[in-house]
Design a protein around this ligand. Structure first.
Ligand code: RIB
Ligand code: CA
Length: 309
C-alpha cells in the first residue's frame, strides 16, 4: 500500500534531490507538492517547484504558499542555493500551470475535505503548515503525521543555536510543534551524518535528461559547498527526511519533549530538546539522532537507478 504524502518544500538544491527521490519511490503516493519562501523568495521556489515536477514529467499539483514567515522578514539561503535557488542547474520552463489555490488550502482540500489522511513531508520553513493550522483548526484530522527536515538537539547551522528551517520562521515552527500532530524531526543530528562521498556521487546513475542526472548535478554542487565548510562529503539534509518516510528503519529516533525558542537574543530558532527529560513533559516529537548511512546511500542509488528504465 503506497503511503499518501504531500511534500512542502523550498527548492533549493537538496530539496530537488529529495523530490527526485520521492517521485522515484514506489512506496509513496505523492498527492501534491507545495512551495514556501525559504532558500529563495516565494516566487523563485514556486517556479523551481513547477519546473522540477514538469522536468520529472509528473502529474501532480504544485501550489505556492507563504511568501514570508508569519511574523518576521524572510531570510533566504541564497548563499547556499544561488540566485535562482537551483545552484548551477538551469531547467526548462515549467509545463504545468501556476495554480490559484494556496498551499494551506490545498492541504485542507486533499485531506479533511476528502475525509482522507495524508503524511506531510516538510523540507523548508514551516510557514505553510502554520498558516494551515491557523486557518483550519480541524486540519489535524487530515494529517497523519509530519516528517520534517528541521531542527537539532544541539548546535545550529544558520546560527550557533538554530537550524535554518526553524530559524527562518520560529513562530510557525512553535505552532506546528505545539499542534499535537505526530512529528518526526530529521534534524542536523541525523543529516550531518548523511554525507555522500565524491566516489558515491560519481557511481550513481546519471542518465542524461532524467531525474538521476538532475540529482547528481545537485549533489556535486552541494559536495563543493559542504567540503569547503569542512564536511567529508555532500550533506543530504532534505533527502534524509524523504528517506526516513520511504524506509523508516534507516533512522534512529528517540521521543523527547521539544519546544521552539522564539525570543532568545542568541537562541531564537533553537529546538530545545529535553534530552534529560527534566521538564517531565510528555514527548511531542520523535527526534532523529542517527542514520544508517550505508543504507541511505543504497536507497538513493536504487531510486536514481529507477530513472534509467
Ligand atoms: O538546514 C538545512 C535546510 O535548510 C534544508 O532544508 C535546506 O534546503 C535549507 O532549506
Ligand atoms: Ca529545504
Amino acid at each position: 500500500m503506497k503511503r499518501p504524502v504531500i511534500i512542502d518544500c523550498d527548492p533549493g538544491t537538496d530539496d530537488t534531490i529529495a523530490l527526485v527521490m520521492a517521485f522515484a519511490a514506489e512506496e509513496l503516493d505523492i498527492k501534491a507538492v507545495t512551495t514556501v519562501a525559504g532558500n529563495q523568495t516565494a516566487d523563485k521556489t514556486a517556479v523551481n517547484g513547477r519546473k522540477i515536477v514538469s522536468y520529472l514529467n509528473k502529474d501532480v499539483p504544485v501550489a505556492q504558499g507563504a511568501d514570508k514567515p508569519i511574523m518576521r522578514p524572510l531570510v533566504t539561503a541564497a548563499h547556499v542555493h544561488g540566485e535562482s535557488g537551483m545552484g548551477p542547474v538551469v531547467l526548462p520552463e515549467a509545463s504545468i500551470p501556476e495554480l490559484e489555490i494556496k498551499a494551506w488550502d490545498l492541504f485542507y482540500k486533499l485531506t479533511v475535505d476528502k475525509g482522507e489522511k495524508v503524511h506531510l513531508i516538510t523540507l523548508g520553513p514551516l510557514s505553510n503548515v502554520a498558516m494551515a493550522l491557523m486557518k483550519y483548526p480541524s486540519l489535524q484530522e487530515g494529517i497523519e503525521g509530519i516528517t520534517m527536515m528541521a531542527g537539532s538537539s544541539g548546535y545550529g547551522n544558520d546560527t550557533p543555536a538554530a537550524e535554518y528551517n526553524i530559524y527562518a520562521d520560529p513562530e510557525a515552527a512553535r505552532i506546528v510543534f505545539d499542534s499535537g500532530i505526530p512529528i518526526t524531526m530529521v534534524g542536523l543530528d541525523c543529516t550531518h551524518k548523511a554525507l555522500l562521498t565524491k566516489e558515491e556521487i560519481d557511481s550513481m546513475a546519471s542518465t542524461p535528461g532524467t531525474g538521476a542526472k538532475l540529482a547528481q548535478d545537485m549533489m556535486n554542487h552541494i559536495y563543493g559547498f559542504a567540503t569547503r565548510f569542512g564536511f567529508d562529503g555532500a550533506v543530504m539534509h532534505d533527502p534524509s527526511a524523504v528517506a526516513a518516510v520511504i524506509q523508516p528503519e534507516l533512522i534512529k529516533t528517540e521521543p523527547y519533549h521539544v519546544v521552539v525558542e522564539t525570543k532568545g537574543k542568541y537562541t531564537t530558532g533553537k529546538t530545545v530538546v529535553d534530552v534529560m527529560r527534566v521538564t517531565k513533559k510528555e514527548p511531542n516529537v520523535n527526534v532523529a539522532l542517527d542514520i544508517d548511512r550505508e543504507g541511505f546511500v543504497h536507497l538513493v542509488k536504487r531510486l536514481l537507478k529507477s530513472y534509467e528504465s
